[in-house]
Ligand binder design. Sequence first.
Ligand code: PLA
Length: 461
Amino acid sequence: MRTQFPPSSAHGSPSPTDRRLSALVRHLGVGDHSASSMESQDPNPAISPSATAAFSGDSVFANIVQAPEDPILGVTVAYNKDPSPVKLNLGVGAYRTEEGKPLVLNVVRRAEQLIINDQSRVKEYLPITGMADFNKLSAKLIFGTDSPAIQENRIATVQCLSGTGSLRVGAEFLVKHYHNRTIYIPQPTWGNHPKVFTMAGLSVKSYRYYDPATRGLNFQGLLEDLGSAPSGAIVLLHACAHNPTGVDPTTEQWEHIRQLVRSKGLLPFFDSAYQGFASGSLDTDAQSVRMFVADGGECLAAQSYAKNMGLYGERVGALSIVCRTADVATRVESQLKLVIRPMYSNPPIHGASIVATIFKDRDMYTEWTIELKAMADRIISMRQQLFDALRARGTPGDWSHIVKQIGMFTFTGLNTEQVASMTKEYHIYMTSDGRISMAGLSSRTVPHLADAIHAAVTRVA
Ligand code: PLA
């Protein structure tokens, strides 16, 4: 297949500008050498892409409409286009250092060195379910090392493409093998949840979760909505550090929810994307999930290592399905393979190797927990600094929710217009629902954000 540089214009033959650029590229001998040398020797110019396009007329995709950007990842797209030196990206939940730089954990670098130096490692396909060690260790991380469900082999765990992939595989499995296809998600929730579940074929309904008046949990509304959900419905629960609100149930409230879910025969599906990021402790942040597993009932859990190990782009995560018996778990796993094989065949090696290497070495595991705690603590200190900065400015309103909320995000309460004005005037990028990623802030940028919030609150209704 011939490549061409620059590409021909959308409709037919290259424009005069394209032709001039092509000639210049050939003359300078830069760009795709094989392409330009092939071009000069091509015995059959009639099969060039430009000639074919000219022959067949309009694109078969001519009627496709331009899709909107993703509400979260699109914020980064807009941010990247802004030339302002003071711009600040608080959209996507990605950890940054005090210097505003992405962070690769030291322990991850160490693990990668070991992996690279290990000549026995090969690039063969992993099994459909992924790396066996990684799966076992991931289950231990979320369910606890002494979990009876693990000891009794009642859990089917498969390596998936980070949290999103784990949710999707779980949803695809449920559509095929579970009798109830309705999933209740909190209102609000991570913007991708309804899309992941709808695309898999589940019907999505919501339950009340957040109360804007108190900026806290609408516990009564939650109990009422789950209480009137049909028996057997699936319920999505954020294991900790609820996104976007930063509001989690207390332990007592979780116990209440557990009793309700079990008494109604609802099926809990945990999304655990922030284990360790809420409190700084991996065990504390897994308590909600462990309460549900301790009662012997069934549940699903999607884990992500994007945030807690900083492995965002490595796409490493796991889906676990906790079953009543080992026999059921074995059959569930066999069916998960049939879900995964036609989607992406089997998962990638590198990220799972990093996680497994760290988990298997006591020293590295400890180093990870220390680095994780440092990230969680920096986020907590950003909360305090932002709160103090707003108080110092006398910004109208009660901002105590900034320090009360948990995890990576603050759900500020700013409205769409206020957010738009902060982006326009202060080059601060955040999702339009008023969510800011605290992990993207630093002591240096807090005053700028506080100025922007102050201006938005005092000037924009
Ligand atoms: N679940 C929740 C609750 C999340 O917030 C996210 C990521 C995921 C799952 C999926 O993460 P993963 O596939 O990368 O493991 N939410 C981010 C990024 C951090 C995003 O939207 O993709 C966010 O900014 O909300």
